[in-house]
Write a protein of this length. Structure first.
Lengths: 339, 295, 436
């Protein structure tokens, strides 16, 4: 606990900023309750924020395996999808209420993560990335052919319950919990172990760390949380089918957001998700049919010129240890001695 | 029995196409350690060039190869010089993301020019030969033939020409190749250009039998990855075997499982991929040993 | 350390470029974009040519309709047709018809458009915005079944009527919603006319292949139902995934069963695949019915001579012989459409216009803008349009309109069923590939 206090002190300035930001976010929907007829804050604004909070949560989860542990998962959306389908099936076929259905949906994701992770997490680098992509595509087809359970390609409808402020608060709280959890994990021994695996897996193993156990643990935690988001998404969309749920670019966006914000940092995915979500709105509005072209170019530019992301570019050595770790990692990661 | 033989023929024809489609991807990965996620989009570009020649100028698709391959060669050379060179020696994540971004840009550019409507080329070499109850599709037979010739030429090139030898040298040990005076970036550019030309040729081969549309790329990239990972990086016999194995598995599952067979056939390639990777990470057939397997 | 500053600079430059692009974007893009593609909230006259404004009569009020239709994204093309269909009606009702008649008053119509980008989240959000912020009176549907499913839930939540003409999937109407009405023939009836005509010609056996997504599944289940209804035997049913690359295994299996009728399809791509696979495997059923593709002129262009004899369902063709209460016959509608937009109408455009007509007729029958009264009027609606008859059942489906069937004969798309709209005879059986 002493360690925690010290870190808290380090962030004294940021703490106030963070506090104000959170108060602001919690207060945002209040005009809806006090004076809905004034339309100071609209449901569609709340909805946009809800989407952003979900993306922040997903990107943070992805960052746990992709950023901290160094296992770049190209199929993370499979956990989102399983959570969505778990929730959808329980509500549609068995008539469960939402809350338990969502939690069980998350658990299904977590169990699947343990099973698939114990096989794929042995693979290194791109082999892991693409085997997860393969898992993702295979799962989409499996869901499609399991017609009696999943409704096949026709999908499932969920009872519509569209309370925007409620979803706003749920996703806000979930995002805060997840970011706090990851912030905390980063400071525990577990977090240090994950970083150690990323930096030198064989070395970590030789020091007696059970790397497989640690990797799988990080993997299922991320999967569980993404499963919860999947369940929430399914409920607020009121309809799921294999193609809207298992949507390739969802994973790619997560990678992009995390990269932009700063891979392997706590705040990186949050900043990256927020920036890309609002930027994309602007891009879409002003570039019409060119928006994907612009997104592709943006991805290349980010990756080539600012690979350490916003956090890395802004982070000063004096303020955070995160910036240092990141810079060190990125400076060292190109194969040394080759160039 | 007839059904079995027909499935065998269909599977081998599909596999032959897979094999030639995967070559470029496999050699780039083997030599440069770059996983080219824009691979499927390069196939798509080759197909579109063929379609334009076929539609506008009435060229026979197979004859279009003489245009497709040089054009794609130049494109590949430029891409390597401008973009890929910057990511060759950086972590895999970087090259994956850059080529992915490139893929998005290519497919959307084509969409802006030719719209997303599906197209098809028309070849005079169509119809079928009937032997008893079995049919040999004419177009696909020629495609298989062309695929085999392309593979043989690439094999001879890599084995016996000077450039081919320096490409193999660069794949085996980048440092040693530098020391003996091989211009490594020049070799990479040539490799990427050749592979892009081959990939464009695969696009031509796909054009008479499948619908061509701007977003046809990603499934092809995934298949290329699955086959390469199974058959070993940069191995030409491996690509042929891997392609045919995958083609046969897909077609047999699709033929013998009623109702949902075709769906399961698609799943099978990815299940096969995960199983092979987990049990035999070096692939089934060996191949080039890249010096760059760090991350 | 040395590298940090240039990278920070790069980042800033990117951001500034973005802001510049966005700021300059509206100005720079406008001249190239057709007027209907602007993200608009413009009043009716600006939308549809202000020249006729002088002729417009005095109005007693304004009815605001809202629609979130794709301008960008995967449905950009169909979304454009949908808008043009709505805008044709808008132009006609305001400038020619003299506004919607509610009792003895005449109301001018405005349509508020948003771009849903083909994304269900965005579509749902925009429809909510239309209801709560723009306070539209009624909603017109988006393009595609998936988006209609997503947005109809929002309409239902607020109890605002949505009339749609571009979502054919049965699951839209199976949720017990009170506020969704669809003018098009639902997917389950797509192949009905074609199968009936084929059964009359003596077809006995059927095989079905379909893409396992929402809309083709509904079509295929309907095809199986109707085939059995007309006394045909279903020999085999096969599914395949979206973006399938090879259907030769399916066609091989079907060839061995030697069926009279092949029913298949889901997307345009699959239509091309099925024809070339049948051709190269020497599989010649007596008739090929392909769900999506044949009614699109581009199909003939891409497939060439092999397209002949292929049958396809169609929601609407300009050569059909309906006699509408408004806007005349399909041919008259097509002429009007071409004069306005310089291109022939697609069926997507036609069903969008029909959507708006149905809403207009219901408002006039109700004689009020009261939501419940209009809903009741929609339930009781019995309207003949250039698009075909419109009568809704209790779920909101249009049960009156039969699906048309076309056959490609000598490279021309001709309506062959149902009898009351047909212009040519169905050719059956189709000759073997080698005998052409």
């Amino acid at each position: 606990m002493k360690g925690l206090k010290q870190i808290w002190r380090q962030y004294r300035l940021n703490r106030w900023f963070l506090f104000l930001l959170l108060v602001g976010l919690f207060a945002l929907p209040l005009p809806q309750f006090v004076a809905p007829e004034r339309k100071l804050v609209t449901n569609s604004l709340l909805f946009s924020f809800t989407q952003m909070f979900m993306l922040i949560t997903l990107a943070s989860n992805w960052n746990l395996t992709g950023g901290f542990t160094g296992y770049v998962d190209f199929g993370h959306a499979v956990f989102f999808g399983l959570g969505a389908y778990g929730t959808g099936i329980l509500m549609n076929k068995l008539g469960w209420p939402f809350w338990p259905a969502m939690v069980v949906g998350g658990m299904i994701s977590a169990v699947f993560a343990v099973l698939i992770g114990s096989a794929t997490l042995r693979l290194k680098g791109p082999y892991f990335s693409i085997s997860m992509l393969g898992t993702f595509v295979a799962m989409r087809e499996i869901v499609r052919v399991s017609k009696p359970l999943t409704g096949g390609g026709e999908g499932l409808t969920l009872p519509p319950y569209l309370n925007r402020p409620l979803f706003y608060y749920i996703t806000l709280i979930l995002a805060i919990l997840v970011v706090t959890l990851i912030w905390w994990i980063r400071r525990t021994e577990f977090g240090a172990t994950l970083i150690a695996i990323r930096e030198d897996e064989i070395g970590a193993e030789m020091r007696g760390i059970n790397t497989t156990l640690n990797k799988i643990t990080a993997f299922w935690i991320a999967a569980f949380l993404s499963g919860l988001v999947g369940g929430l998404w399914a409920y607020q969309n009121t309809f799921i089918d294999p193609d809207v749920v298992f949507f390739e670019s969802r994973t790619v966006e997560l990678v992009m957001m995390t990269m932009l914000g700063g891979l392997g940092t706590v705040a990186g995915p949050v900043i990256g998700a927020a920036v890309i979500y609002w930027l994309r709105d602007v891009v879409w509005a002003s570039f019409f049919q060119y928006h994907l072209l612009v997104e592709g170019a943006l991805l290349i530019i980010i990756v080539l010129f600012v690979p350490e992301g916003i956090m890395g570019a802004l982070g000063d050595d004096s303020s955070t240890s995160l910036g240092r770790i990141m810079r060190r990692w990125f400076r060292e990661s190109p194969k040394e001695g080759v160039a | 029995m007839d059904q079995f033989l027909q499935a065998l023929i269909n599977g081998v024809m599909l596999g032959g196409f897979y094999a030639v489609m995967v070559l470029g991807f496999s050699v780039i990965w083997g030599v440069m350690g770059v996983i080219n996620l824009a691979h499927g989009e390069l196939v798509m570009l080759g197909a579109y060039i063929t379609w334009v020649l076929n539609k506008q100028f009435g060229w026979e698709p197979f004859a279009a190869l003489v245009v497709v391959m040089p054009v794609m060669f130049v494109l590949g050379y430029i891409l390597q010089r401008v973009l890929i060179n910057r990511v060759v020696e950086r972590p895999h994540l970087i090259s994956l993301l850059v080529t992915f971004g490139l893929g998005i840009m290519l497919s959307n550019s084509v969409k802006l020019i030719y719209t997303a409507d599906p197209r098809q080329t028309k070849t005079a070499l169509s119809g079928f030969w009937r032997v008893g109850q079995i049919t040999f599709p004419v177009t696909k037979t020629y495609i298989l033939l062309a695929a085999l010739i392309i593979m043989l030429l690439l094999y001879l090139f890599l084995q016996y020409t000077r450039t081919g030898k320096s490409i193999r040298a660069a794949a085996q040990n980048r440092e040693a190749a530098r020391i003996v005076g091989i211009e490594i970036h020049q070799v990479y550019a040539i490799t990427f250009a050749i592979c892009t030309a081959l990939t464009g040729a695969a696009g031509m081969l796909i054009s008479p039998t499948q619908a061509i549309f701007p977003f046809m790329g990603p499934p092809l990239t995934l298949k290329a990855f699955a086959i390469t990972a199974m058959s070993g990086l940069g191995s030409i016999p491996g690509a042929l075997m891997g392609g045919i194995v995958l083609g046969l598995v897909e077609v047999f599952i699709a033929t013998y499982i009623p109702g949902i067979g075709t769906n399961l056939g698609i799943v099978s390639s990815f299940v096969l991929l995960v199983v092979v990777l987990v049990t035999r990470p070096q692939g089934l057939f060996g191949g080039l040993q890249p010096a760059t397997e760090v991350r | 350390m040395k590298h940090k500053f240039p990278r920070l600079l790069t980042l800033l430059v990117i951001l500034m470029l973005f802001l510049a692009a966005c700021g300059g974007g509206q100005g720079g893009e406008e001249p190239t974009a057709p007027p209907q593609e602007e993200p608009t909230q413009a009043p009716a006259e600006e939308e549809t040519g202000g020249g006729e404004e002088a002729a417009a009569p005095e109005f007693d009020g304004v009815i605001r309709l809202g629609a979130a239709v794709s301008e960008t994204g995967k449905y950009a093309r169909e979304g454009k047709d949908t808008r043009q269909g709505y805008n044709l009606w808008l132009d006609w009702v305001n400038n020619e018809y003299g506004g919607i008649r509610v009792g003895d008053k005449r109301y001018k119509v405005e349509i508020v458009y948003y771009d849903d980008e083909g994304d269900p989240d965005t579509a749902a959000n925009l429809v909510e915005k239309l209801i709560t912020e723009d306070e539209v009176d009624f909603l017109l549907g988006p393009y595609s079944s998936g988006l209609t499913i997503a947005t109809s839930a929002i309409a239902e939540k607020y109890g605002v009527i949505m009339v749609e003409g571009n979502g054919a999937s049965e699951s839209i109407f199976e949720r017990g919603f009170q506020n969704i009405f669809g003018v098009l023939t639902p997917a389950g009836n797509y192949t009905q006319s074609a199968l009936k005509a084929l059964a009359d010609k003596g077809a006995k056996t059927v095989v079905v292949a379909y893409e396992d997504t929402a809309f083709p599944t509904s079509v295929a289940e309907g095809a199986i139902k109707w085939a059995e209804e007309y006394g045909m035997e279903v020999l085999a049913v096969e599914t395949y995934p979206k973006d399938v690359a090879d259907v030769s295994a399916i066609m091989t299996k079907f060839r061995d069963l030697n069926p009279d009728v092949f029913v298949g399809g889901g997307h345009f791509n699959d239509a091309l695949l099925f024809v070339s696979a049948a051709q190269e495997l020497g599989f010649t059923p007596k008739a090929m019915v392909i769900t999506v593709g044949p009614s699109n002129p581009q199909f003939v262009e891409e497939v060439g001579d092999a397209a002949n004899y292929i049958i396809g369902p169609t929601q609407w063709e300009a050569s059909m012989t309906w006699q509408g209460k408004y806007l005349g016959t399909p041919a008259e509608y097509a002429a009007r459409y071409e004069a306005m937009w310089n291109e022939p109408p697609t069926y997507q455009a036609a069903e969008s216009t029909a959507t708006a007509l149905a809403l207009q007729a219901a408002i006039e029958n109700a004689g009020t803008l009261e939501m419940d009264a209009v809903r009741e009027a929609l339930r009781n609606l019995d309207l003949m349009t250039f698009y075909g008859p419109i009568r809704f059942d209790e779920t909101g489906k249009n049960v009156a309109k039969p699906m048309g069937a076309i056959q490609i004969q000598d490279g021309e798309i001709l309506v062959v069923a149902p009898e009351e709209a047909a212009v040519a005879d169905l050719l059956y059986p189709m000759p073997a590939w080698e005998d052409r």
